[in-house]
Design a protein around this ligand. Structure first.
Ligand code: TRP
Ligand code: SF4
Length: 567
């Protein structure tokens, strides 16, 4: 694990892939990239932020394509419309809450290692947009991480933190409705991190982050802190769907947190058919057998009544023996959360064994509550809280009259009443990294490659004018062949930032570019002017935000003592 990576632009925001390949235009004027060259995929929160091929992230890590959930979002943000936000985990839960006016939250964090730049603006905008849609919004300063993983001194951290927060406020974050905090100052986050850390161990950190014997302990603590950040919105008021907008390099944290959120739960709710346990694939097979036989049995008296349909394990075994399960679809989610299509054929032998061993035991659908971390009182209270017919066993309760959803609610309520968290698994959305203006990645060590939100507007103008483009060598060729908007950092500036909500503008730039009607000189002039205006306006708003920031309950002049950092 290299802890001194040179690129400090904050990978969650926007370092950039040097080698993205071109793809087809989208109807909305965004870009969609075709498959890139085969390359090993790695998601390293502290490494260089580059992703060779976004499509690999779906297969390798079980990140889902944003397109799959886009239709559930009532009024999608332009970064969603343009494919800049390309992936997610369980964003459907957030979209649904948003559509139904139910509580939800958005949270992201920023390592104060340098100046905020246009890549961070994407994340600021994402948080703010969710706030405008009615969510509880949180922005945090990852100062513990900056100190322990990047060796920043507390003075540097204070200064950078101020700059991040001014930009967040200037872009429209409502700090009265939402919450801003620094990791080091949030006692609840620290306590939660401590609790979550007791469910994680070093081997796991080794596997997820490549930590080894040389990794400093505080760096590990900062990981635990981040998992607490991610779940923190659910401590406020109640558990709720929460989206974490980040770059894909942060996905390891999201996956770990989704796991920990489950591991601290008091009860695990599953579906069962008899006294024995089934895994997901076996359960599907037993359900198929049960449904087929119960429907048959029901024909006699016309009605399916679980309690009366007399389907026995051995009958189901006989049915299943002749059943040919459908072949599994492409093994999509390598280590995703719950593969949609478990391998049923592979599960058939064990399902058969279990059913045969069940013999004459009747099959009856039920929900099962396992005691995972509950106190004795909580387990007793759960038994009490289950309505209808139930059966109590050592370590689990079966309920016959509850749906899965009802059972989940009962489990959560009892847990919360008895000192537990009742967390939902957090959701996430992932945005593409911006390409550097000089072509390669955006990196703070190459000032011309990125635009800081603090850059003098004239410098911003100049940087855009000097940017690499996807244009041809001569104007003549450009007219003949058209430009390569998909390869063009300037086009990206329009799509990610300069066009704002104006889809017409991105579409026009794109179409004119690829048709050869647009030449790079004029195109860059237009972009450069928009950039200058944006920076002027943003910096004015930052000044206005000074007052807001001063009123907030956040200490930007910390009296923490410590080392000056590893320089
Ligand atoms: N690790 C993030 C980064 O590198 C910062 C961060 C800390 C964060 N806590 C978070 C991001 C919670 C999202 C959610 O910038
Ligand atoms: Fe890029 Fe504009 Fe040139 Fe097209 S015309 S390649 S979008 S700078």
């Amino acid at each position: 694990m290299d802890e001194d990576t040179p690129d400090e632009t904050g990978p969650s925001a926007a370092g950039g892939p040097p080698d993205e390949t071109a793809g087809s235009p989208r109807a909305d004027g965004g870009t969609e990239r075709a498959d890139g060259p085969a390359e090993e995929v790695a998601l390293d929160p502290w490494g260089s932020a580059s992703v060779g091929d976004y499509a690999d992230l779906f297969e390798e890590f079980g990140i889902e394509a944003f397109d799959d959930v886009a239709d559930d979002v009532v009024d999608p943000h332009y970064l969603m419309r343009r494919g800049v936000i390309f992936g997610h985990r369980e964003y459907d839960a957030v979209a649904e809450a948003m559509a139904n006016d139910e509580p939800f939250a958005a949270l992201s964090g920023f390592m104060p290692t340098g100046d905020p730049h246009i890549g961070h603006k994407l994340v600021f905008d994402e948080i703010i947009w969710h706030q405008e849609q009615g969510g509880d919004a949180f922005g945090l300063i990852a100062d513990l991480e900056a100190h322990s993983a990047r060796g920043m001194s507390w003075n540097e951290i204070d200064e950078h933190a101020r700059n991040y927060l001014l930009s967040l406020l200037a872009l429209g974050f409502d700090a009265e409705a939402g919450e801003i905090y620094r990791q080091s100052d949030n006692r609840e986050v620290q306590d939660l991190g401590f609790e979550l850390g007791s469910k994680a161990n070093f081997s796991e950190f080794e596997a997820i982050y490549g930590f080894d014997g040389e990794t400093n302990i505080s760096h590990m603590q900062s990981v635990v802190t981040q998992t607490a950040d991610i779940l923190y919105p659910q401590l406020v008021d109640e558990p709720k769907p929460t989206v974490i907008p980040v770059g894909p390099d942060q996905d390891p944290h999201v996956r770990l947190t989704r796991d920990l959120a489950t591991r601290v739960r008091y009860f695990k709710v599953t579906e069962a058919f008899a006294s024995f346990e089934l895994d997901d694939a076996e359960r599907q097979l037993v359900r198929a057998a049960y449904d087929a036989l119960a429907a048959e049995g029901a024909r006699d008296d016309g009605e399916i009544d679980d309690a009366e349909t007399d389907v026995r394990c051995e009958d189901a075994a006989a049915w299943l023996a002749d059943y040919e399960p459908p072949a599994p679809a492409d093994a999509g989610e390598a280590d995703g959360d719950a593969p949609d299509t478990p391998d049923l054929a592979a599960a058939k032998p064990t399902a058969l064994d279990k059913l045969r061993a069940g013999g004459k035991e009747p099959l009856r659908p039920r929900v099962r509550f396992f005691d995972r971390n509950a106190t004795d009182e909580a387990f007793e209270a759960l038994i009490e809280a289950v309505d209808g017919e139930k059966r109590v066993f050592e370590g689990h309760v079966d309920a016959f009259d509850l749906t899965r959803g009802e059972a989940e609610s009962v489990a959560r309520e009892v847990e919360i009443d008895h000192g537990g968290f009742g967390f939902r698994q957090p959701s996430s959305i992932y945005h593409r990294f911006m390409t550097g203006l000089t072509g390669g990645k955006m990196s703070s060590s190459i000032p011309a490659s990125h635009i800081s939100l603090l850059d003098d507007p004239e410098d911003g103008y100049d940087k855009v004018k000097a940017a690499t483009t996807g244009g041809r060598d001569t104007a003549e060729k450009q007219r003949e062949l058209g430009g390569e908007a998909d390869e063009c950092p300037v086009y990206e500036l329009y799509a990610y930032l300069l066009a704002g909500d104006d889809d017409e503008l991105t579409k026009t730039v794109y179409a004119e570019c690829v048709n050869g009607e647009r030449l790079c000189g004029g195109c860059k002039e237009q972009a450069a002017e928009l950039m200058r205006e944006f920076l002027e306006d943003h910096q004015e708003k930052r000044e206005e935000a000074e007052e807001l920031l001063a009123e907030l309950d956040i200490d930007l002049d910390s009296d923490r003592r410590g080392t000056g950092g590893e320089h």
